[in-house]
Design a protein around this ligand. Sequence first.
Ligand SMILES: [Zn+2]
Length: 384
Amino acid sequence: MPRYTFRLYCHKCGREFDPLEPIWKCGCGGILDIEMILEEVQVSKEVFRGRICSMWRYLELLPIVDKNNIVSLGEGWTPIINDRKNRKVHFKLDYLNPTGSFKDRGASILISHVRSIGVSSIVEDSSGNAGAAIAAYSSLAGIRTKIFVPKDAPREKIFQIRSYGAEVIEIPGSRENVNKKALESCRHALYVGHLWNPFFIEGIKTMAFEYCEQKNWIIPDLVIVPVGSGGLLIGLYKGFREFHLLDFIERIPRIYGVQAMGCSPVYDLLHGKCTATISSTLADGIAVPDPPRKFQVAKIVSETGGDIILVNDDEIIRAWKELCKIGLLVEPTSATSYAAYMRLVEEGSIDPHEHTLIPLTGIGLKALDRLSNIISRYGKQRFN
Ligand SMILES: [Zn+2]
């Protein structure tokens, strides 16, 4: 095996794989993970200064087998702004990425990898943002792409995926059924499902790198993120952890994840099954009933001193409207973390003087139909 600055291994049995192998999970059924071999990486804090304003400024810390095959639309290096009410709250506007969500970070590195190993046809299952991101980058790379989506996925997102040129296959029934059909169609194509793919997460960790650099190496006390597949939470943790191991930052922040009532697999692991009778209908982006990495997510929130917070639709709408008032139009799913923040402060569970990073993950323009329905359903006065 040639020498790389990372290793690809099974999270369950520890087996190592050649990164050039077109695989998506271990023969034992385990999830694949990537670990950077930091001793072999030559970087310092100063080296990044003045580089390209995209996530690729951290090239040495990304698992790339061929630098000539990078597929980029300029993703990353998104702005950070403060909440007007509490300047200790830092919103990272990741919805300003090329396809309108943070998933572009994952898609850029995933498709770069796919192209590097010579794969020309891929299959993904997604209900929205990840599908759109993978469709855009694979189109740019000239890779044939089939995206399996639930029949009830938001129409705007299905249209977006199709627009990039991907083949969309709509599957009735549960999210599991969509996954099953996607896997069945993989005889001549590589399954790149973002719930499983470790390269995807490696792209997302650049959000943590950027925060540190943009904030002059002062890290937040806590981070609050929506949890569907868990890729965002794991990615941010990996980013902070790597910078900590490199001695660029002094510690790793507390990491909180947010799930919505009615679909809370990680919350259930930590706190016992949630018995709420009313399910959220707004947070479609985090409606993942059985994410393969749920144990990893639970471990990270426990180890860093965070937690998983459950929010309901009323709280999501309130947070969404508060964000609108400061000029930030996000998807309902993206508002869940601000909803959790407001509750934690009101309950006294967190100190409002602590620096808090809240990534805003998906643009509201993708969800205008649903958002206008919400407004009519809840009545105008509730927004004043
Ligand atoms: Zn294994």
